[in-house]
Design a protein around this ligand. Structure first.
Ligand code: PMM
Length: 278
């Protein structure tokens, strides 16, 4: 068997995270300055990211909302700066339709909305008008309160029906079917058991035919499973384990902080999967 029989392509896209927030989940605001955030994004692309997700409002548990003006001031210079220096798809991580619109005008091509187009009365209409891919994510409650007492009768069924209903609403508003992505929202109003149930059920979400984005990088439930890993940057092993579980389930993309390590894991995973098929 020649070298060229070896699959050297990963089948899962790696979305690198560029948080432009002073109180980000995990980078402690080190990239809050626009130039530093642009440089960070370019490093993630060099490290193997297929696209970048730029966000200016922290959604960490307990985080307070930021104003539209503040969010725009954080993200627009970063998107414009990255657009001037790279061709990679750029995603805007926002719940605000006006921020999504300005970000797309500045060069973003994907709207990642953790509120699944519920962030304003015009969200569905704006998404249809932008005509770009939109990520619909499940969240119970809002970031300020979501981890206080997450509760579900059947978490898998409820997340699945919520996402399908939001996809339906987007379709009705005129968003193209091929532009809709789904995301179970790991850590957004979920206990460790809820997160694990959703990860175990990923094939069921994937089976609906929409590309699925999975974001579990450095999230707190990893520390619940490994109490020795209390800080976000001690959660790399767990983050990669979740990305591999996502790849095995057929997700389209993983949203991660540790791009180099995750991209390598996805390459090896794809090579093993294709050797299994031979
Ligand atoms: N997680 C965070 C922010 N945005 N977007 C999507 N689609 N999915 C996620 O899981 C997600 C997100 C919070 O994580 P961070 O503050 O570490 O970036």
């Amino acid at each position: 068997m020649g070298e060229n029989a070896i699959n050297s392509k990963k089948s899962v896209a790696v979305m690198g995270i560029v948080n432009v927030t002073p109180d980000s989940f995990s980078d402690g605001g080190r990239h809050s300055d626009a130039e530093a955030a642009v440089a960070h994004g370019l490093r993630l692309l060099e490290a193997g990211a297929d696209m970048l997700d730029i966000g200016g409002e922290s959604t960490r548990p307990g985080a307070a909302p930021v104003s539209e003006a503040e969010e725009l001031a954080r993200v627009i210079p970063v998107i414009a700066g990255l657009r001037a220096r790279c061709d990679a798809p750029l995603s805007i991580d926002t719940m605000k339709p006006a921020v999504a619109r300005a970000a797309v005008a500045a060069g973003a091509g994907i709207w990642n909305d953790v509120s699944a187009l519920r962030g304003g009365p015009d969200a569905l209409e704006v998404a249809a008008g932008l005509a770009c891919p939109v990520v619909l994510m499940h969240m119970q409650g809002d970031p300020r309160t979501m981890q206080s007492a997450p509760h579900y009768r059947d978490v898998v069924e409820e997340v699945e029906s919520f996402l399908l209903a939001r996809a339906e609403a987007a379709l009705e508003a005129g968003v193209e079917r091929g532009a809709i992505w789904l995301d179970p929202g790991i850590g957004f109003g979920k206990t460790t058991e809820h997160n694990l149930a959703l990860l175990a059920a990923l094939p069921r979400l994937v089976a609906h035919g929409y590309p699925v984005l999975l974001g579990a990088s450095r999230k707190r439930f990893i520390s619940a499973l490994d109490p020795a890993a209390q800080t976000p940057d001690a959660r790399l092993g767990g983050s990669i384990a979740v990305a591999l579980a996502g790849a095995a389930a057929g997700v389209a993309a993983v949203r991660v902080h540790d791009v180099r390590e995750t991209a390598q894991a996805m390459l090896v995973q794809a090579a093993v999967a294709s050797a299994r098929e031979r």
